[in-house]
Ligand binder design. Sequence first.
Ligand SMILES: Nc1ncnc2c1ncn2[C@@H]1O[C@H](COP(=O)(O)OP(=O)(O)OP(=O)(O)O)[C@@H](O)[C@H]1O
Ligand SMILES: [Mg+2]
Length: 290
Amino acid sequence: MPTRQAPWPAPAPQAPSPQAPAPQAWPQQPAPKAWPQQPAPRPAPTAFPPATTAFAAPSSFPALTARGLTKTYGPTTALAGVDLAIEAGESVAIMGASGSGKTTLLHCLAGIIRPDSGEVHLATGAEWIAVSALGETARSRVRREHLGFVFQEGLLIPELTARENVAIALMLGGVPRQAAEHAATAALATLGLAGMEDRRIGQLSGGQAQRVAIARAQVTGARVVFADEPTGALDSQTSAEVMDVLLSTVTGSGRTLVVVTHDDDVAARCRRTIRLHDGRIVADQARSPR
Ligand SMILES: Nc1ncnc2c1ncn2[C@@H]1O[C@H](COP(=O)(O)OP(=O)(O)OP(=O)(O)O)[C@@H](O)[C@H]1O
Ligand SMILES: [Mg+2]
């Protein structure tokens, strides 16, 4: 794997020693929901070796962190400095007006694009990966191995069956076709699609197609599932059903869901809502999900 960096610049280029301050001291404090409002949220972890390829990520560390993310497109500032820490098992809705930077933030967090500046780190259990420092090929591997995606249009391949659409996510990771199709059939069954495996996507309803997309997003065991307006094309009843499936199958198994949405009902199902305005976080609110 290409070089990964420590999550924060380490003040001294030294290897961790038993005497070094343990990074475990950090996560015992409540996670900052928005760093700009809490300028000194946690002591910086100093025990990490700088510029190593990988390092242990204590399980209590956030699943995903972003620090100082900026992104411009020509004269347009899409992200103007975003700091964020998302815990494992959290469901986070990202809201804001059209053009406020939601999709750009999601794409930076997911390693689809690189920010102009700032860092994104993903805890994979064994280690913490500096996603934003990786090149295209390595980011694509991280996405394939650790992340899942559900978009409004599902990004399913219409010519393929439901089973093939799910299996392909595994086959891209090197799983042989027969085993991949077997796992895909099981994943579809858990999402209530038993008997529909051989239908092409066009032969499914919108909600069923989104469940195929959810099956594909999680069949590889993704730690974080990113969804960009996953219910935007669905009626309110189907939208609620798709959110039920997303929340129960993703966060219900201790994984993390990040969902961009314009829909207050969808956001109300999430444990936390972040609002963007002109590329900045202007609100970060926790709630008991409905
Ligand atoms: N590839 C691009 N090239 C040029 N400008 C872009 C590009 N992608 C995004 N932008 C601009 O960056 C800003 C943020 O876009 P982004 O897609 O993140 O917004 P959004 O909050 O997801 O909006 P929407 O709710 O409409 O999907 C917008 O002004 C947009 O026009
Ligand atoms: Mg968008």
